[in-house]
Design a protein around this ligand. Structure first.
Ligand SMILES: [Fe+2]
Ligand SMILES: [Fe+2]
Length: 263
């Protein structure tokens, strides 16, 4: 079967109708799959606390163990001595770097640090469960989901670079309780809407301290790029404070915040 034809005048090879129809079919399949992924994730990631002690969780594949109880006082097992502390300190440092980067990239448009609540956690397990709610839904699903709405190619590259690191944070925290490394055990990262992303931050915010609202659009524009970056800056401020308080408290004293009681 012929898949290509060439113009005698130019010698330029043009795809045949067969190829075009296959490409159209591919586009339709990708669009349908993307819509299906989006539609399947109207629910926000279930906190593992809901699944604690149960064999398996919604979305887990048959035969996989799911979230496990992890011992007295919410302590976390680890594969190598000091690994939990080392990786959580690394995550904490990444989040502080993200705050610094967004603040400097936004310049005078950068929001001030909001005032947060409900940040300090009671057990190491709570740190993992709350932390991965941010990591999975904002850094990983969120930075992926806003990609098509970004106007400036440099901001798009930033979103991809951020997304790659946040996905690693998510995978570690998901695996820390023996859950699948990807959210809902999915082979494709589920998308998330701006309202869902904002809804995850709201319970932690006391005041934006005069900064811009959290809302942003999915219609690309220069102004909207600023709004998207300021949303992520709010999230990074929260995540940095979350790890600055809880990592020294439970995972060693190499932190920035004054240490709390040690486990
Ligand atoms: Fe981050
Ligand atoms: Fe992160």
């Amino acid at each position: 079967m012929n898949h290509e034809s060439s113009s005698p005048a130019t010698g330029i090879i043009a795809p045949s109708t067969d190829f075009e129809s296959r490409r159209s079919a591919l586009r339709r399949s990708v669009a349908a799959a993307t819509a299906a992924v989006a539609a399947s994730t109207v629910l926000v990631a279930p906190p593992a606390a809901e699944a604690q002690g149960r064999p398996g969780r919604p979305g887990s594949r048959p035969g996989r163990p799911g979230s496990q109880p992890i011992g007295p006082r919410g302590r976390l097992p680890e594969r190598y001595p000091g690994q939990n502390a080392r990786i959580l300190q690394e995550i904490r440092d990444n989040e502080n770097d993200h705050v610094g980067f967004f603040t400097s990239a936004l310049g005078s448009a950068a929001r001030p640090r909001p005032t947060f609540r409900n940040v300090e956690q009671a057990t190491p397990r709570d740190v993992v469960i709350v932390g991965r709610t941010f990591e999975n839904n904002i850094g990983t699903r969120g930075a992926l989901s806003v990609g098509p709405a970004i106007n400036d190619p440099d901001v798009f590259k930033l979103a991809v670079a951020l997304n790659q690191i946040e996905a690693r944070h998510s995978a570690f925290l998901n695996a820390a309780t023996n859950d699948p490394i990807s959210l809902l055990d999915s082979s494709f990262e589920p998308l998330i809407t701006p309202d869902e992303m904002i809804g995850i931050l709201r319970p932690f915010i006391v005041s934006l301290n005069g900064g811009p609202p959290l809302e942003f659009s999915l219609i690309p524009s220069e102004e909207n790029d600023i709004a998207i970056m300021n949303f992520f800056l709010a999230a990074e401020f929260l995540e940095a404070e979350f790890y600055n308080i809880n990592v020294p408290k439970f995972f060693g004293r190499g932190g920035i915040a004054p240490p709390g009681p040690v486990r």
